[in-house]
Design a protein around this ligand. Structure first.
Ligand code: CTP
Length: 412
């Protein structure tokens, strides 16, 4: 469960109080847990309780009041999750899920989630054995959901029968089994493939204490390296100076200058997939002082010379079947400039982002990008956490075929 992404959907049954225990079990096992609730579920357990236990914001409404620009959360949560667990699932939520209705965050996520779903019914006995509920459960199973059997016992109505939600420990165990299957299937996606990612800024020294650089923090590149490793690839991350931790199962090579980054990249230039996310300094001081320049010695004008264009070099000798992905940070004429770079540098994909857009670019945990391909595809992704942007880029560029293309605005 460590670092696995569990999306827990809670609907309005008395068993909702057990969701708190379920969150605790997932958290204790090291999972990253996010919770969505139906409005009725909040009558039984508060978003504050589940938010505190999960250490993440709880989403209820699909169109939350006073919040602009976040209505696509159901898409990004659905992309983020490794497993969607609906516990408890009421008769009403089962019916909505089976019928494809999406009037709350939970039911909308149920439609967008690309991961497997584990559904844990809880209701009164007569509701559970009703032909409609049985048909809804059968539909969900046909649609690929795993639906656990409700348990026989004492019910909230005072009756005794089948309808109790399985105990959190049982749900946790079943979820663990499903996660194992998800992980091994995903590891197969890029198993045996080599992936080279560059990230962060490069620094061009003026003297031993001063340099030219930019505001890149490396987050986007690190997330791509993490996403590639999660898919089972052999990942090398060539990183400029950052304060980030190395993602699990990633080999990191630290560099400072563009020349060092170039050298490190050359050693892995045969990688099956190369993603140049680094914000490489385009210019370097023409001369570098070995000693710290005193104030009165410092030139008022710096003479600069261009650095090597690492990506353009890779594009020139691109081998067949190699996937080359570049980034374009543009503040104006984005599409035109990005398309120009895609062609000039002989890339398969370029990821366009604009640092002036709210939530995008350097130093944010989110990004809003457009993917452009050499075959003319143009894909606008909504504002999403960088971890999800990373998943989307790999999914698109490697054509995994799990259908993210259905989720996004495609042009051309
Ligand atoms: N890049 C590179 N080597 C450089 C400069 C950039 O490999 N010396 C890579 C970046 O990692 C990125 C892509 O090229 O993937 C685009 O970088 P960008 O700086 O936006 O493009 P430039 O070609 O430098 O064009 P401009 O600065 O004019 O926008």
């Amino acid at each position: 469960m460590t670092n696995r992404r569990i999306l827990l959907g809670v609907s309005g049954s008395i068993a909702a109080y057990k969701a708190a225990e379920l969150v605790r079990l997932f958290k204790k096992a090291g999972a990253d847990v996010r919770v969505v609730m139906t409005p009725d579920a909040t009558r039984f357990v508060t978003p504050l309780t589940l938010g505190t236990l999960s250490e993440n914001e709880v989403h209820v409404e699909i169109f939350p009041e006073n919040v602009s620009g976040s209505w696509t959360k159901h898409v990004s949560l659905g992309l983020w999750a490794d497993l969607f667990v609906v516990a408890p699932a009421t008769a009403q939520t089962l019916a909505k899920m089976a019928g494809g209705m999406c009037d709350s965050m939970l039911t909308a996520v149920a439609l967008t989630a690309r991961c497997p779903s584990l559904v844990c019914p809880a209701m009164d006995h007569d509701m559970y054995i009703h032909a409609s509920t049985k048909a809804n459960i059968a539909t969900l199973r046909e649609n690929g959901c795993t639906v656990m059997e409700a348990v026989h016992g004492e019910l909230a109505s005072g009756l005794i029968g089948q309808g109790r939600m399985p105990e959190p420990e049982g749900i946790f165990e079943e979820a663990g089994e499903m996660i194992r299957q998800v992980v091994s299937a995903r590891k197969g996606l890029l198993q045996g493939k080599t992936v080279l990612v560059t990230a962060g800024p490069t620094r061009e020294a003026i003297d031993p204490v001063r340099y030219i650089s930019n505001h890149s923090t490396g987050t986007m590149g690190y997330e791509i390296a993490r996403a590639a490793a999660r898919r089972g690839a052999d990942v090398v991350l060539v990183s400029g100076p950052t304060s980030l931790e190395t993602p699990e199962d990633v080999r990191r090579v630290d560099v400072i200058s563009t020349a060092e980054m170039h050298k490190a990249v050359q050693q892995h230039r045969d990688s099956d997939i190369i993603v140049m996310v680094a914000a490489v300094a385009d210019f370097s001081p023409a001369t570098r002082s070995e000693d710290k320049l005193k104030k009165d010695e410092t030139p008022r004008e710096l003479s600069l010379e261009p650095t090597v264009d690492i990506l353009a070099g890779l594009g020139q000798d691109k081998r067949e079947a190699q996937i080359l992905i570049g980034f374009a940070l543009e503040t104006n004429d984005g599409l035109k400039n990005a398309r120009g770079k895609l062609e000039r540098k002989n890339l398969d994909w370029i990821v366009l982002n604009n640092p002036k857009e709210p939530g995008a670019g350097f130093g944010t945990l989110t990004n809003k990008v457009t993917l452009l391909s050499s075959s003319g595809q143009e894909v606008e992704l909504p504002l999403m956490p960088k971890s999800e942007v990373a998943e989307a880029i790999l999914e698109y560029a490697t054509n995994e075929g799990s259908g993210i293309s259905d989720l996004v605005v495609e042009k051309n």
